[in-house]
Ligand binder design. Structure first.
Ligand SMILES: Cc1cc2nc3c(=O)[nH]c(=O)nc-3n(C[C@H](O)[C@H](O)[C@H](O)COP(=O)(O)O)c2cc1C
Length: 387
């Protein structure tokens, strides 16, 4: 139950982002599943993402989806780099929309973090012998030819001409995403992937216009944002995910993040998602201590100083905790990842906990009808027991 004489829950108050309306502010955060086939989603993705829509989430993000075949991390990663993918994602998005959720796409490019095996194989670099099982390694690309670690071959530094092609691939992926029926698109500039590799001086040691000072290092990110915004409809929102602070030996600070958010806002970004880390060391390296709501302070600072909407994510698991983040003006949207893997019906449970009267209506009508009857029977039984 919310406090203050039970003011209506903010988490379950619909929100409008440009002309896109979400039934509530619970966002399924992107989650790579390493279950794609030739870059495309399978029946697994329909069920995996579909159950979050059935559970009542407002916005359902698919996993990081590569703009280019070589921008995937592994051969099992998702992509949207050909026309066949468009039809496959559209089927999923039709389902999400039919069940009340807003379908959202996260596009990305792994850069020097590509050409690896799955997390269950500790992201080991692919080797020539992996070709025998249909998973050949490929030459990765980045800002500078600096390998992420000793065991990984160095990437190739992109030249100016190739950078234009990279920007074009993001624009084309955005167009395909639109065709596939997504209402929201997020540019993934976090977690040590290609855009982050250009932002961070740890990896970007270029001496041309795409390196050097903050303006130079932000250039690729901002060109990608402009390219995506140019093709994404004006009445639909574009999000940007950033690592608010860098990985190990951090060289990217919150001041830089605020600068980036301001520049992104000028170019039409509507919401910034604040995550952290990933530039050096394993993706799971805990630069920011993992306590409940560990990224909320970053979302709050971007919201206050760049004066734009933010999405908070990172160990938000309790309905009251999510409600308080919104009430205290720290963020506008609440992202959940692992908690939804544990309980895809979290939105309906949270709505009940926050005293939303019609919480069962977040579930499919065929569930809600039976559960309301069950609740009525339990109420009668309880009353009889008290009599
Ligand atoms: C299985 C899994 C896959 C993830 N894949 C992505 C991804 O594709 N893109 C992304 O930006 N973050 C990804 N993340 C990070 C989550 O979106 C989220 O920011 C992080 O897990 C913290 O939220 P949580 O504490 O609610 O899990 C992933 C997290 C998990 C657990």
């Amino acid at each position: 139950m919310t406090d203050a004489a039970s003011a209506p829950s903010l988490l379950f108050t619909p929100i409008r982002l440009r002309q896109v309306s979400a039934r509530n502010r619970v966002v399924v955060s992107p989650m790579c599943q390493y279950a794609s086939e030739d870059g495309g989603p399978t029946d697994f993705h329909l069920v995996h993402l579909g159950k979050f829509a059935l559970g009542g989430a407002g916005i359902v993000f698919c996993e990081e989806t590569s703009v280019d075949e070589c921008g995937r991390k592994s051969h099992q990663c998702a992509g949207i780099y050909n026309a066949r993918h468009v039809t496959q994602y559209r089927r999923i998005n039709d389902f999400l929309r039919a069940h009340g959720a807003v379908p959202a796409m996260q596009i990305g490019h792994s850069g020097r973090k590509g050409s690896v095996a799955s997390p269950w194989e500790a992201y080991r670099p692919l080797a020539p012998q992996d070709a025998a099982r249909g998973m050949p390694p490929w030459q990765t690309i980045s800002a500078s030819a600096i390998a992420p670690d000793e065991r990984t071959p160095p990437p190739r530094a992109l030249d100016r001409c190739e950078l234009s092609q990279v920007v074009a691939s993001w624009r084309e992926a955005a167009l395909r995403s639109l065709d596939a029926g997504y209402d929201i698109i997020e540019v993934h500039a976090a977690h040590g992937y290609l855009i982050h590799q250009f932002l961070s001086p740890l990896v970007n040691q270029r001496t041309d216009a795409y390196g050097g000072d903050l303006g130079g290092r932000m250039r690729l990110c901002l060109e990608i944002i402009e390219a995506v915004r140019a093709v994404w409809p004006q009445d639909q929102p574009v999000f940007l995910r950033v690592s608010a602070v860098d990985g190990l030996n951090s060289r990217w600070s919150m001041d830089d993040t605020v600068e980036l958010a301001r520049a992104a806002k000028e170019r039409g970004i509507d919401v910034v998602t604040t995550s952290s880390g990933g530039i050096n060391g394993p993706g799971t390296a805990t630069l920011v201590p993992r306590r409940p709501g560990y990224h909320v302070a970053y979302a709050e600072r971007v919201r206050r100083e760049a004066r734009m909407m933010t999405l908070a994510v990172g160990l938000i698991t309790e309905p009251d905790q999510a409600e308080a983040i919104l009430r205290e003006g720290q963020a506008d949207l609440i992202g959940l990842a692992r908690e939804l893997l544990w309980n895809p019906n979290w939105p309906a449970h949270a709505a009940k906990a926050l005293g939303v009267p019609d919480h069962l209506d977040l579930l499919p009508s065929g569930y809600a009808w039976w559960l309301k009857r069950r609740d009525a029977i339990r109420e009668v039984t309880r009353a009889a027991g008290q009599a």
